[in-house]
Design a protein around this ligand. Structure first.
Ligand SMILES: N[C@@H](CCC[C@H](N)C(=O)O)C(=O)O
Length: 340
């Protein structure tokens, strides 16, 4: 029997169970099986591990709810970075970075994006070409082009902020997002995402699929079907990809902040062209909801006692509520829990 401490955390409404492997030895645990079998009980979108390698570098591992491991998680990396900073004095300074999927992401502390929520930035390099590209698509990059096997009408952009994404710009009132009645309906996006993830000839490692629309100057809305999960309230690497695609498609400028709204809240993205290629800084909250303990007893997973609250929940919940209220008041767009 083993006891594991966890933190239930979220970034822009994307919720995770987070374990600190520096304090809890998870070596005997089949993490993929645990993720696939137990995560649904916590109502989370994935599992995060804070790790540290032999060179002292902090790292993240991320598992989806189907047990698959992802190379990167934009909302998760802020939560992992916050835990490292709060617990380990070395996790500070200009050079503080978190590795994931073999890449290093520089982390910055940022002014709170909303209320008093702890807020972090992650510098995310995005590739558009090369080995990262699905073999059947042109290797020089794929910006605003159809993938007819997937959909005849949408123009997709492929981006790799660590993990693979395709994103497409649609009109807010298109049936893909809010439709003519202004109510978000993600059923078509879910079908598109499922179809794309069956197309292993085109997307060999599976693919995260997002649709985004322009709300205003410098502001977009994004909805995502995540590989290994399904529709989530938000996806950090997807929002990074949508903001970067907006810049590549001329909808927004490079070196200009794009606010990305979603059903969980909002983040800021700053796409830049650098000598190393495109790097987009994703800035958003890293909220800790509760801390708890799990006892894993053979095949049983039992929560021991009540989980204790961490951050005051008011700002985290208000971030979502105010985003949804403003979406309705400013743009006439509605997200209802029972609708999609
Ligand atoms: N929610 C995440 C992405 C999680 C991984 C994704 N489902 C994948 O398999 O690539 C984010 O915030 O980026």
């Amino acid at each position: 029997m083993k006891i594991y401490d966890y933190i239930l955390c979220s970034g822009s409404g994307n919720r995770f169970l987070l374990f600190d492997t520096l304090r809890s030895d998870l070596s005997g645990l089949n993490i993929a099986a645990f993720a696939a079998e137990e995560l649904h009980r916590f109502g989370v979108d994935g599992l995060l591990l804070l790790t540290r390698d032999g060179r002292g570098r902090f790292g993240m591992r991320m598992f989806n709810t189907d047990g698959s491991e992802a190379e990167m998680c934009g909302n998760g990396i802020r939560c992992v970075a916050r835990l490292a900073r709060e617990r380990y004095p070395e996790a500070t300074g200009e050079r503080f970075a978190v590795t994931s999927g073999g890449r290093e992401y520089r982390i910055t502390c940022e002014e709170p994006i909303f209320g008093a929520l702890p807020t972090f930035g992650a510098e995310i390099p995005l590739s558009l070409h090369g080995d990262d590209f699905p073999p059947s698509l042109p290797a020089e990059g794929f910006v605003g082009q159809p993938v007819p096997e997937l959909d005849e009408g949408l123009a997709f952009t492929f981006l790799q902020p660590g993990n693979p994404h395709i994103v497409a710009l649609v009109a807010p009132d298109s049936a893909w997002l809010f439709g003519s009645d202004g109510r978000l309906d993600t059923r078509r996006l879910a079908e598109l995402g499922e179809r794309a993830n069956r197309m292993r000839g085109v997307f060999p490692r599976g693919i995260n699929v997002s649709l985004f629309c322009r709300l205003d100057e410098g502001r977009i809305f994004a909805a995502t079907y995540e590989r290994g999960v399904g529709i989530t309230s938000s996806c950090g690497t997807a929002m990074t990809s949508c903001a970067t695609a907006a810049a590549l498609l001329g909808l927004a400028g490079f070196d200009t902040t794009v606010e990305v709204w979603n059903r969980g809240g909002r983040v800021r993205c700053l796409p830049r062209r650098t000598q190393q290629g495109i790097v987009t800084r994703l800035t958003g909250d890293a909220s800790f909801e509760t801390a708890g303990r799990l006892r894993l007893d053979g095949k049983e997973c039992i929560a021991t006692g009540d989980a204790s609250p961490l951050d005051p929940p008011c700002d985290r919940l208000r971030l979502t509520e105010e985003t949804l209220r403003e979406l309705h008041e400013k743009y006439g767009l509605t997200i209802a829990d029972d609708h999609d």
